[in-house]
Design a protein around this ligand. Structure first.
Ligand SMILES: Nc1ncnc2c1ncn2[C@@H]1O[C@H](COP(=O)(O)OP(=O)(O)O)[C@@H](O)[C@H]1O
Ligand SMILES: [Mg+2]
Length: 355
């Protein structure tokens, strides 16, 4: 297995550096298709940050969060030895050796106090704000929440996500206290965010898409792929970093891409077959909607001759279903919709060619 070094992202990193150089004023939503390299880019950024900044990174991916208590456990990094119950003192002490932290450090006794409170969200935000106020005397806090959509639907009294957005607005636009980056691969979630009135003029969007052709070629060149192999990679994987890494590491590259394509074609075929034979339903808000095989098929057929389509060219149920199944990605900023990857586009074409 070859060690793969971080590649490129010059344009995105430049944009992020400009954001970090300025006073915090907007929430930044980092979005893009699955496996386009969002987490990798943010991890690289954290490593690169000078000690002017204090990054706090929380990844909700794969975390099973059903209530506040689960969320608190993920958001905070509990300090078992931190026997202080004064936030300011604690923040001061932690500033001395603030290494790579996952989550916001909190002494165990303060954590337990929040846990016992009825209105946990109020106390948790109050703690973070005080903690950041102290940290910000020496360094600028940078709060990064990856896979934020995980708590998108979590309801406790109100939707937690709204409380979080309010808090993020307070940290940025109102107090200019911390930079906030929220990352998501879930394009339906980003679409909701984009149409959310409370976030209007309070956030910006930073797309992180698959590599373009030039970047892909340069990436593959570093690992000695031949022109023929580069062509093969671009045709099948486009600029999807995860797919390119798999090819770099593969013994037989042609066999590998064909295998990947056959697998994805089979998956999409089965998905459609299931809808055709058994039907399917999906929730949109509180409504349960029928998924129509015919409408799905006519949506996917559009990709026989096109690489992307307008998101409003298809019915809402088909759009949401295909996005939820990770076949399509919708970009609410450009209002365009395309397969999650080049491999998905080829698989869709393979499935639809004789339908
Ligand atoms: N800039 C990059 N340079 C090298 N490899 C990358 C890069 N971005 C992503 N990758 C590879 O692709 C994989 C998936 O990327 P990841 O950051 O997890 O995607 P996302 O968070 O957008 O879903 C990574 O594990 C890594 O192997
Ligand atoms: Mg990720």
């Amino acid at each position: 297995m070859k060690r793969i070094a971080f590649h490129d992202r010059e344009k995105e990193m430049k944009e992020i550096r400009a954001i970090l150089d300025a006073e915090p004023s907007l929430i930044t939503f980092v979005y893009g298709p699955i496996n386009s390299g969002k987490t990798t880019m943010i991890s690289h950024l954290i490593e690169e940050l000078s000690d002017e900044y204090a990054p706090f990174y929380v990844n909700l991916r794969g975390r099973f969060i059903t209530d506040y208590e689960d969320f608190l456990n993920v958001l905070f990094e509990i300090d078992e030895d931190g026997g202080v119950d004064n936030v300011t003192e604690y923040a001061k002490s932690i500033l001395k050796d603030l290494g790579a932290v996952s989550g916001i450090p909190i002494p165990i006794n303060l954590f337990e106090q929040i846990f016992e409170k009825k209105d946990k969200s109020k106390d948790m935000f109050k703690y973070i704000e005080r903690f950041f106020v102290e940290i910000s005397k020496k360094r600028t806090p940078v709060l990064i929440i990856d896979e934020l959509q995980v708590i998108g639907d979590l309801k406790v009294d109100d939707l937690l996500i709204y409380k979080l957005f309010n808090f993020f607005i307070r940290l940025t636009k109102e107090l200019h206290l911390a930079h906030v980056f929220a990352i998501s691969s879930d394009s339906l979630f980003i679409e909701d965010v984009h149409s959310e009135a409370m976030l209007e003029d309070r956030c910006r969007y930073l797309p992180v898409d698959d590599f373009d052709r030039e970047t892909t070629t340069a990436f593959l060149e570093e690992y000695g792929l031949s022109d023929e192999e580069k062509e093969l990679a671009w045709h099948h994987c486009g600029g999807k970093p995860i797919c390119l890494v798999e090819l770099i590491n593969a013994e037989e590259r042609e066999k590998k891409v064909n295998g990947m394509l056959t697998l994805r074609t089979g998956e999409i075929e089965t998905r459609l077959k299931l809808v055709k034979e058994l039907g399917d339903e999906m929730m949109i808000g509180s409504r349960c909607c029928d998924v129509s095989y015919e409408k799905l098929a006519s949506t996917l057929k559009m990709f026989l001759t096109r690489d992307e389509i307008g998101m409003n060219e298809v019915d809402e149920v088909s759009k949401r279903y295909l996005v939820k199944e990770n076949i399509l990605f919708v970009d609410p900023l450009t209002t365009m919709m395309k397969p999650q990857s080049r491999l998905n586009l080829l698989a869709v074409r393979e499935v639809m060619k004789d339908v």
